[in-house]
Ligand binder design. Structure first.
Ligand code: SF4
Length: 364
């Protein structure tokens, strides 16, 4: 998927199959509840959505998420259908006992390309406390082992906030031990139940990202951040330091952020730039997902770097980063404002700074 033109198609299209889930995780964006919503997209509507997703082009990645997508009994059918349309189907189930080896094997037989499991603690006590369910840690490890036995590529997702940040080294060990191909590190955006959690400071985020960069260079698994595109700035700065200024890194390909390489379809069909930016461009029941991504005013504005405001608008890294539009929206109600988790301040910028802003980060 390298070289994807994010004006034309998302790198990742997420479909929230349901908000129903047996867990009550502290960070839950979806405010998940035990019951399914009566107005969820049906199986037939979902297949129509997958047909449209295939129009983005070959190998379009689709993530089936929730809630717990396995609450629905049509998940395997949808994975098989999407795979037949040429989509790369992946799944983010919840770590519960319903995620049996038999179910994982059936999903893989249906064509599932990758399964992502969440680990928010390095041991049962910390993970289960965060997930609100005793036994979730063991169920997650058992599912990871089952994925390994069937050669299904595994991704581990981790939420970074004040409550979890000290667990990161232990989780890193687990990611390696489980043979995961990818560690996806999500920096908390305070929406849904996540509003009760505490974001780390911009300075702490900077140190975590520097550490993540070192991890990425020493571990065999891939590493990506979610809702923290300034990880790309940190990476560029670290690499530039190592290359004696040979390359400023600003010519790299466009960064992925909400509405730019990323799109989210809710359980009722609303098309959002991300699951953490609840502004709808329209509903896939009445409008095409490709048109909404390419043509809607909301998505076009989010892809317009010249529309960025605050220090993100003045930043030399805005092309490769651009800041988390979701976090700007959560903090200010304006999706084009400054990302309050980034501590970088452009040299020439003398406008207002987010209240969370820490010390200036030197660039050279
Ligand atoms: S100021 Fe904004 S655009 Fe610049 S690195 Fe930070 S988050 Fe990215």
């Amino acid at each position: 998927m390298r070289g994807v033109d994010v004006e034309e198609r998302p790198l990742v299209l997420i479909w929230e199959l349901t908000q129903a889930c047996g867990l009550t995780c502290k960070h839950c964006r979806a405010d998940a509840r035990p019951e399914r919503h009566p107005d969820e997209l049906t199986t037939a509507e979902g297949k129509r959505l997958l047909d449209q997703a295939a129009d983005f082009g070959d190998g379009q990645l689709v993530v089936l998420s929730g809630g717990d997508p396995l609450v629905r009994d049509d998940v395997t059918e949808l994975v098989e259908y999407g795979t037949r349309q040429g989509l790369g189907m992946t799944l983010t189930p919840s770590g519960t006992e319903s995620l049996t080896p038999e179910r994982i094997e059936a999903l893989q037989d249906a064509g599932l390309r990758r399964m992502a499991l969440s680990l928010d603690g390095g041991d049962a006590d910390s993970h289960d406390a965060f997930r609100g369910e005793s036994g979730s840690f063991e169920a997650t490890l058992a599912a990871a082992e089952a994925a390994r036995e069937t050669d299904l590529p595994l991704q581990i997702n981790t939420t970074v906030c004040a409550e979890t940040v000290d667990q990161l080294p232990a989780i890193r060990e687990l990611v390696a031990d489980l043979g995961a191909v990818m560690w996806s590190v999500f920096f908390l955006v305070p929406v849904g139940r996540g509003r009760v959690l505490t974001q780390i400071s911009p300075d702490r985020a900077e140190r975590v990202m520097e550490w993540l960069h070192e991890v990425s260079e020493s571990e065999p698994f891939g590493l990506k951040t979610t809702e923290a595109p300034h990880y790309r700035r940190v990476t560029i700065e670290r690499e530039r330091d190592g290359e004696a200024g040979e390359n400023d890194g600003l010519q790299r390909r466009t960064g992925i952020r909400a509405g730019q390489g990323f799109a989210f379809v809710s359980h009722t069909g609303e098309m959002y730039p991300s699951g953490f930016l609840p502004e709808s461009a329209g509903n896939v029941r009445s409008e095409g997902v490709v048109d909404l991504y390419r043509e809607s005013a909301l998505f076009q504005r989010l892809r317009d770097d010249s529309a960025l405001e605050g220090k993100c608008g003045a930043c030399p890294y805005r092309g490769v980063c651009g800041g988390s539009r979701s976090r700007a929206y959560a903090a200010t109600g304006d999706p084009m404002g400054s990302d309050p988790l980034c501590s970088f301040v452009p040299d020439e910028y003398d406008g207002p700074l987010p209240a969370t802003h820490g010390e200036r980060v030197p660039t050279d």
